[in-house]
Design a protein around this ligand. Structure first.
Ligand code: MIC
Ligand code: SF4
Length: 641
């Protein structure tokens, strides 16, 4: 067995471990962050379960920390009180980015983790099976319910050699994205094996598993070995260590080989993480801004390499360099050992330990800017400046670039980049607030400010559906297109009516008003629709606008689940060429759709009323998903049960 298979087998509640079939697994740990968490806790409350049933559930506040109005702080207070009441640990704002803190203080090899954030697979660096999902699925898992997923294929990513100086773990995952594309991991777990694994530290492994999300993978995982033991011991958690490796004769559904010694610094050009070239090929592009941080690249190791490059130098006069260490542990260690001083003296602007610029919460670059970042996503508009181009690189490339003012291959610097992993991290969990005891919990009042609005609920599936195809879209539409998130919109994550006014506006600014005027309708999309974030708001805002179905060439995993959880039909073309026959504004009809779904039929005739033809769409639903669609979503189904 491979590592993935071992963990799945140990947690299997129903189904068969056969790639492509539906399985249900037990979830040991959950995490939420504030931008998806408010909705997840509202849904958890709607289920009426008094206390979480997981081994450990964490709530992080790391996304919405700008607090330009009362909204963020209202959400923080809601999360602080609802978690205290229901048995969830709260990581307060300032304690760090959820994935970094979870890796340092909470994650355990061999356990399952479900998180309401697409980069939850960061935990795979520790040998956890860590999966991103919509808030509602996480709410169900907190209540002790199973997590249902399609049993993934497991791809063996066989690593040989070792990284050369100034070549980073980020370059490994960028190389994989170059080879496999943003759809390359759909339906798969990327499992790392081979002699090269032992040369990678835990934060380096976590950088790779983190950005496996951009491959569309279900998750990514490394074995748990001596390096894992040493990391946990340095975090004061050696007792959490369990060894976990693939059997020597483990079977895989495919293999990709990467010779670490052959890699060079890579860059993803605007506006897609798979638009990858070597830094040398991309050339000395003039740069306006460099942002170092995010859950991909903000560990102690990363920051120490950045500090080494910056030490005694000055940031280029035309560049604004911002640095956000990933956790308070990292920041505290940098301040104690003087590395923070080196960054400040070089001219870096230090930000709090949070997502910040990665999700457009501040630091939007100037009009037409080139912004070089260590993040994982460079989707159109995500920085908050539509005309800017974001380039994704390693910390080493980012720091070298900040000094030179142009995109720079860090191998050209002669800095010593050897950083030893600490044998003891600075430990201080005083910003992790434990929940109330069961006896105290009934006395806790959950506080809801005026920004907390009820979430929209779907209706049961009617006999037939009809409406207009309100928008025709290309391939690879991201959740940042469907439900954009920047500093002006993130404060409204618990206010879906307000968010809906911005739904799909990066594709067509007139969409929300047209959808409202039409009283709802359908969407038409290409391949990999809904890639990117786990944000359920990309389903909730369309639901609010009465979108009943999306007709696409294919869907991204988490978004498809979010649509079904909210009673919206994810239909794919039986014959992809039919995509070209449908036009925006065509009227379509799905006659007798309820009876078809009830009978378990997956082939759904879609009549194009305007043009007078019928095409076949596929609705591939499991028995459980069928019941959800019929009931009008997961909450209604649970209510009915
Ligand atoms: C992101 O990186 O896009 C986010 C913001 O972390 C999201 C979650 C969200 O939309 O709130 C994610 O990756 O799931
Ligand atoms: Fe935060 Fe960016 Fe990571 Fe999302 S990708 S969790 S916004 S740092």
């Amino acid at each position: 067995m491979n590592v993935t298979g071992k963990i799945l087998a140990a947690h299997l509640l129903s189904g068969e471990l056969k790639a492509g079939s539906e399985i249900a697994i037990r979830i040991d740990q959950t995490l939420t962050q504030d931008s998806t968490g408010t909705m997840a806790y509202l849904q958890f409350e709607a289920m009426g379960i008094p206390r979480v049933k997981t081994e450990k559930s964490m709530a992080y506040i790391d996304h919405n920390t700008l607090q330009t109005g009362f909204e963020n702080a209202d959400d923080h207070q809601y999360i602080a009180t609802v978690t205290k009441k229901h048995g969830i640990y709260l990581s307060k704002p300032g304690n760090g980015i959820c994935h970094q803190v979870q890796l340092e203080r909470v994650g355990i090899p061999g356990k399952t983790l479900l998180g309401s954030d697409s980069h939850t697979p960061t935990g795979g660096g520790l040998g956890m099976l860590a999966i991103g999902a919509g808030g509602l699925d996480v709410a169900v898992a907190m209540g002790g319910g199973a997590y249902y997923l399609t049993c993934p294929q497991v791809v063996n990513v066989y690593l040989t050699g070792r990284l050369k100086r100034a070549v980073a773990a980020k370059d490994v995952i960028l190389e994989l994205l170059r080879r496999l594309s943003v759809k390359g991991g759909v339906g798969k777990v990327m499992e790392y094996t081979g002699p090269g694994v032992a040369s990678l530290s835990i934060p380096e492994r976590a950088t790779i598993t983190n950005m496996g999300a951009e491959l569309g993978a279900t998750t990514s995982i490394f074995p748990s070995d001596d390096i894992t033991r040493a990391f946990l011991a340095a975090q004061g958690r050696e007792d959490d260590f369990v060894p976990l490796t693939a059997d020597p004769d483990a079977r895989y559904d495919g293999t990709v080989e990467i010779d670490l010694s052959a890699l060079e610094p890579m860059v993803a050009l605007p506006h897609m993480p798979d638009n990858v070239k070597t830094v040398a090929q991309a050339g000395p592009v003039k740069v306006d801004q460099v942002c170092i941080g995010s859950c991909t690249n903000s560990s102690y190791l990363d920051m120490m390499r950045v500090a080494a490059i910056l030490k005694g130098k000055t940031v280029h006069p035309d560049v604004s360099l911002v640095i956000a260490p990933g956790s308070r542990q990292v920041l505290a260690m940098l301040s104690a050992n003087g590395a923070l001083h080196d960054m400040i003296q070089a001219g870096a602007r230090i930000l709090e330990c949070a997502c910040g610029p990665c999700i457009g919460m501040g630091q939007s670059p100037r009009t037409g800017a080139v912004s070089v970042r260590t993040n994982n996503r460079n989707f159109y508009g995500r920085s908050g400046t539509k005309s800017a181009g974001v380039y994704l690189v390693s910390c080493e490339t980012a720091a070298a670039t900040a000094l030179c003012g142009v995109l720079t291959d860090p191998r050209s610097l002669d800095t010593n980049l050897t950083v030893d992993m600490p044998s003891h991290f600075l430990l201080n969990d005083n910003l992790i607030i434990p929940p109330a005891t069961e006896a105290e919990a009934p006395g806790i009042t959950v506080v809801r400010g005026p920004n907390i609005k009820p979430f929209p609920q779907a209706q049961a599936l009617p006999e037939s559906l009809s409406g207009t195809l309100l928008l025709k879209m290309e391939d690879n539409i991201t959740t940042d297109h469907i439900m954009p998130s920047d500093s002006s919109l993130l404060p409204f994550r618990s206010n879906v009516p307000k968010l809906a006014e911005h739904c799909l506006t990066p594709v067509d600014p007139t969409f929300p008003s047209r959808a409202m005027a039409a009283g709802g309708g359908f969407l038409l999309a290409g391949n990999n629709y809904g890639q990117g974030s786990s944000r359920e708001h990309a389903a909730l805002a369309p639901l609010y606008l009465k979108i009943r179905g999306v007709l696409a060439k294919s869907f991204a995993r988490i978004h498809a689940a979010n649509l079904i959880n909210n009673g919206i039909l994810p239909l794919t073309f039986q014959n992809e060429a039919d995509y070209d026959r449908f036009r925006q504004d065509d009227e379509i009809a799905l006659d007798n759709i309820r009876a078809l779904v009830e009978s378990g039929q997956s082939e759904i005739p879609v009549t194009n009323v305007t043009q007078g033809f019928t095409a076949i769409a596929l609705l591939s639903l499991t028995h459980r998903q069928r019941n959800m669609i019929l009931a009008g979503g997961l909450i209604n189904m649970i209510g009915a049960q």
